[in-house]
Ligand binder design. Structure first.
Ligand code: GLN
Length: 458
């Protein structure tokens, strides 16, 4: 319609803006009203001149953890209030270069640490399906910006499930790419050996197109894989973990939905097998030991001098007091908990017992997972143990919150790509998703599977 002149980018952007500025679910930390409209006008011109980019007219949001030049990028933390990013993250540059329109930045758990978007300086994001429930996290605002109709697509980050879990809680598609497929340049670092940029959208075609545009080598991030591999062969064989379906905390409707999907795949002639993966028992501790260790190191830069607002610096009697005051006042409770935990597991007397051991466990889990993927095209699992839970119901006990990452941390510990896609609803009408994980750089396989499963119908 845009190319035929039946619709203009300006009209489209205005429609999204009307929704976004209301911020009914607290999904946005900032909306760029004037800039988005101005840009839409420029792209309308480009369309008229016959030279639009590949994303002309695509309206997107960016998680407030990904740098946008000249904007206050905060990681939803108090400590970064007033910090202005000097440059665009590579992903933002690549989207804008293809004429996508940036509508605003989205709320998240502080520095990406959380599973419900309740650990935010800006307050929780509500689920558009039921405002008493969470949106998921940490990219909760990203998911809801698409769910409520404020944009076509959202860029988030996924360290242990932050794109897949909120996508599942809001009935959307979420892709976490292979570690190192997309540049991390311009991201506020949480756990650098796990962090990825993820994409949330209404359908698979949008994920596919945007992945092609944002992925690939970047002179500013030497960890991005230089090669490239894709596999679009048809999916024939699927494994799932017996123990996952037997997990105590798994909501009955999710179990039934999962079983249903398996039965349908079998009736379509796929080879679907339950396998044992006892290592799954150690996924959460491996993930939380390593990510908190990396976080404690990454977050040391927020000292009030180089990064972090300096309100407390002048009041302090000496340097140590200045650090202490800044960090005491600027970080939220969950971030502090993780800095403590991470510092502890890295300390000289405990390093071998925790950090080194978790590194070994990580390698072992990845090797065993790759063995499984030699025999099967995909591993299938639920995305989350429950559908979107009530706001405030999991905040008392951090372990309870960490348990909601049970299924998503596997791909993150292994660095593998995973997709979450909607497959049904529970008795309250809340979305249920399913997760597929594939081998390194096999995103195409996941996208094809998501298309195939969506077309199967129920
Ligand atoms: N919930 C997980 C955590 O708190 C994952 C978060 C993320 O992927 N950023 O670490």
């Amino acid at each position: 319609m845009l190319l035929n002149g039946e619709l203009s980018c300006t009209e489209l952007t205005r429609k999204f803006l009307n929704k976004a500025v209301l911020n009914q679910n607290n999904a946005f930390t900032k909306v760029f009203e004037d800039e988005a409209l101005q840009r839409a006008g420029e792209i309308d011109q480009k369309i008229q001149n016959g030279k639009p980019g590949r994303l002309a007219g695509l309206v997107f949001s960016v998680k407030d953890l990904i740098s946008v030049a000249k904007k206050n990028v905060t990681g939803s933390s108090k400590i970064l209030q007033g910090y202005v990013a000097p440059y665009h993250a590579t992903v933002v540059n690549r989207m804008l270069d293809e004429d996508a329109i940036l509508i605003g930045m989205t709320n998240c758990d502080e520095f990406g640490m959380g599973s419900s978007n309740e650990n935010s300086y800006y307050g929780p994001v509500t689920n558009d399906n039921d405002k008493n429930r969470v949106a998921g996290g940490s990219s909760g605002g990203a998911a809801v910006s698409v769910q409520e109709g404020s944009c076509h697509l959202a860029l988030g980050t996924d360290t242990g499930g932050s794109v897949r879990q909120p996508a599942a809680f809001t009935g959307l598609f979420g892709l976490k790419p292979t570690y190192s497929r997309i540049s991390r340049y311009g991201l506020l670092a949480y756990a650098s050996s796990f962090d990825t940029v993820g994409i949330i959208a209404n359908d698979v075609a949008d994920l596919e197109l945007v992945l092609q545009i944002v992925e690939g080598p970047d002179g500013k991030d030497s960890t991005v894989y230089q090669g490239g591999k894709s596999s679009d062969k048809e999916i024939e064989s699927i494994a799932y973990f017996r123990q996952a379906l037997e997990s105590e905390g798994l909501q009955e409707e999710i179990r039934e939905n999962f079983q249903n999907v398996i039965d349908r795949l079998k009736s379509e002639g796929k080879r679907v097998e339950a396998i044992d993966f006892p290592e799954a028992e150690h996924l959460l501790e491996t993930y939380y030991i390593l990510t908190t260790a990396e976080a404690s190191s990454n977050l040391s830069r927020y000292d009030g001098l180089r990064y972090g607002h300096g309100d407390e610096v002048e009041k302090a009697a000496n340097l140590i007091e200045s650090y202490t005051n800044t960090r005491t006042e600027g970080f939220g409770e969950e971030v502090k908990r993780r800095i403590f935990l991470g510092t502890f597991v890295l300390s000289a007397s405990y390093h071998d017992a925790y950090y080194t051991k978790a590194q070994k466990a990580r390698r072992m889990i990845r090797d065993k997972t790759l063995d499984i993927l030699e025999d099967f095209d995909l591993i299938l699992s639920p995305v989350t143990p429950t559908t979107a839970f009530g706001i405030g119901t999991h905040t008392k006990d951090p372990i309870e919150m960490y348990l909601s990452d049970l299924f998503t941390v596997h791909a993150s510990v292994c660095g593998l790509p995973a997709i979450s896609l909607p497959t049904g609803e529970d008795n309250h009408g809340l979305p249920i998703g399913i997760q597929a994980t594939a081998g390194d750089f096999e995103e195409e396989k996941l996208l094809n599977f998501a298309k195939y499963l969506s077309n199967l119908g129920s």
